[in-house]
Design a protein around this ligand. Sequence first.
Ligand SMILES: N[C@@H](CCC(=O)N[C@@H](CS)C(=O)NCC(=O)O)C(=O)O
Length: 205
Amino acid sequence: MKLYTYAGAPNPRRVHIYLAEKGIEIPFEQVDILNRENRKPEFMDRVNAMGGIPVLELDDGSHIAESIAICRYFEAEQPDPPLFGKAAQGQARVEMWTRRIELNLMMPVGMVWVHGSPLTKGVMRNQIPEMAEQNREVVNRYFKFLDRHLEANEFLAGENFSIADIVALCTIDFAAKLNELPHSPEEKNLDRWYQSVSGRPSSSA
Ligand SMILES: N[C@@H](CCC(=O)N[C@@H](CS)C(=O)NCC(=O)O)C(=O)O
């Protein structure tokens, strides 16, 4: 078993944090996405037809792509500590927040990345700066929404740390560090949550 990954990229980072929280150690293989190694036929034909990382290679030679699917594989193999929620309501709540963060936060941050960053200019045929600007506003509005939610909730899905917090942490760091889009320290509840989850030892995995 091994994980195809790239140090510092936000989607693989979800899996690294998840594995650290679980205390699971597996070998990694770095794939240089900046030099488009993941878009070469060798990788796309054999490992992931979609080209993205992370990808988990199992011992039977098969592959699982998509960061959340990879985490779900390990959750089924090793349920404790539960990071996808407990019982029906808890699991549904974690799913709800994970989807919200992916669709309502990661998606607009991704738009800022592909339409606004000099680092993606070379691979995007046509960057549209207005698209980046509009999505910056969407992200800033969502930070305020999260700030209100976290006033009454310790973690996104309630009282327990979960995969939803991992996805949000990776997205917020990606927004701040690579897209010059940090949350405001005046968003006190969001900031309290951010300091708490980024202070966990797993966050540096
Ligand atoms: N939805 C996928 C996204 C995978 C993805 O877009 N990964 C990025 C790294 S963060 C990547 O491989 N980018 C390079 C590329 O697509 O060529 C997941 O959650 O794993």
